[in-house]
Design a protein around this ligand. Structure first.
Ligand SMILES: [Zn+2]
Length: 393
């Protein structure tokens, strides 16, 4: 099948091209450009819409009422579908701090999901968030499950899930974390510093031991604060001031004020910073009238556009989707092509995901089409329209 989407404003890697067409053959991009098309192409006129590569979210826990740790492939696929309907076509389902047994169940369910037909976002592998995190920076994680990254704990996990694990978040200050970083880097796993009290000096040391990414910048990590009469920097400044680190930011406008999003972009640039949802199961699902819900076996409250622990002591996770990140990035005053890059090519590079995140001949034909108000009108995955307005196809 030779298909052409025409009349588009295209967000390419290095420029924006208007009055353009996109060509698709099978599940891949066959080209793009301007001007006349020969009659062999089956055309679909999408005048007035913009097209970008489908969004890539490398940190999200669920959506559509389902968590990626539910030991049921159907739940995983429903969560992947919820995010696709908001423009995201590639994801790294992310674990919460949990026992090894729960991780094994996640691996098994994910493998089964990968073998089934999927009308949702592509599952590109798994991001493990913990359990080797700082108890001081635990956020919504369960403290009794936090531990040091010691071989007796992580070796069985690598054995059972090594082929699925794309990324692992750990706190560099935990005993054994630097050796752990070296080992993961050698195995090609992206090592991310998060839920951490690491000083800038320790962050720089961690960078020599495989750590290349900072997990949700400014959330669950130290930042500039006063110790005695002096101000000291924290892990956030360590990541921002070192070229060794890429950063990801929860860009829902709630986890970070929009000024912080803008500042982080000014410091890192769109080539070294990506936007994530850190979405919980609630993202893309109807909100109950009383706001009460359950996340990872804990009571939470959906309030102020975010999920909080029931006692309101911490944010438990976001309810954002990819389209929210696009709008918030623009609202923060960041030029749209830069926002798009932080949702596409940059997360693909950071997580080393091939053939996605770019409009380039030979890459997967995964696109999000949005209008002037940045709302998603259509999503194409592997050359096929999988979402077209409100109705589930
Ligand atoms: Zn998370």
């Amino acid at each position: 099948m030779k298909k052409a989407f025409t009349g588009l404003t295209l967000y390419l890697e290095d420029r924006v091209l208007d009055h353009a067409f996109l060509l698709v053959e099978g599940d891949r991009i066959a080209g793009f450009g301007r001007g006349e098309l020969s009659s062999e192409w089956d055309r679909e006129d999408l005048s007035g819409l913009s097209a970008a590569p489908g969004f890539i979210d490398i940190h999200l826990h669920g959506g559509g009422g389902h968590d990626f740790m539910e030991p049921d492939p159907a739940s995983i696929l429903k969560a992947a579908r919820a995010h696709l309907e908001h423009g995201t076509t590639s994801i790294l389902p992310t674990s919460c701090t949990s026992s090894n047994e729960s991780l094994f169940r996640m691996f098994d369910a994910t493998r089964r999901a990968l073998s089934l037909p999927n009308d949702g976002a592509r599952i590109m592998g798994i991001h493990l968030e913990g359990p080797y995190l700082s108890p001081v920076m635990k956020g919504a994680m369960r403290e009794e499950l936090l531990t040091d990254p010691l071989p007796e704990y992580y070796e069985p996990v690598l054995e059972r899930g090594g082929d699925l694990i794309v990324r692992w978040t750990a706190a560099p200050e935990r005993a054994g974390a630097l050796d752990f970083g070296d080992l993961l880097a050698k195995r090609g796993i992206v090592v991310s510093a998060g839920h951490t009290t690491a000083s800038p000096a320790l962050m720089r040391e961690a960078a020599k031991h495989g750590f290349t990414l900072a997990t949700h910048l400014y959330n669950a990590m130290t930042a500039m604060h006063k110790e005695g009469i002096f101000r000291v920097s924290g892990a956030a400044e360590g990541a921002l001031s070192s070229d060794a680190f890429d950063v990801e930011v929860v860009a829902d406008g709630i986890h970070q004020p929009l000024e912080i999003l803008n500042i982080a972009w000014r410091v890192k640039g769109s080539g070294k910073m990506c936007l994530i949802t850190d979405a919980t199961a609630i993202a893309g699902a109807p909100i109950p009238a009383d706001g009460k819900s359950v996340l990872a076996e804990r009571d939470v409250l959906i309030e102020d556009g975010v999920a909080k622990l029931a006692d309101r002591s911490a944010i438990a996770g976001s309810v954002a989707t990819g389209d929210v990140l696009l709008r918030k990035g623009a609202e923060a005053g960041i030029p749209l092509p830069e926002v798009v890059r932080m949702l596409t090519a940059t997360p693909a590079r950071i997580a080393r995901l091939p053939d996605v995140g770019v409009i380039r001949e030979g890459a997967f034909a995964d696109f999000v089409f949005f209008d002037g108000s940045l709302s998603v009108k259509k999503v194409v995955k592997g050359g096929r329209t999988v979402y077209d307005g409100k109705e589930r196809l």
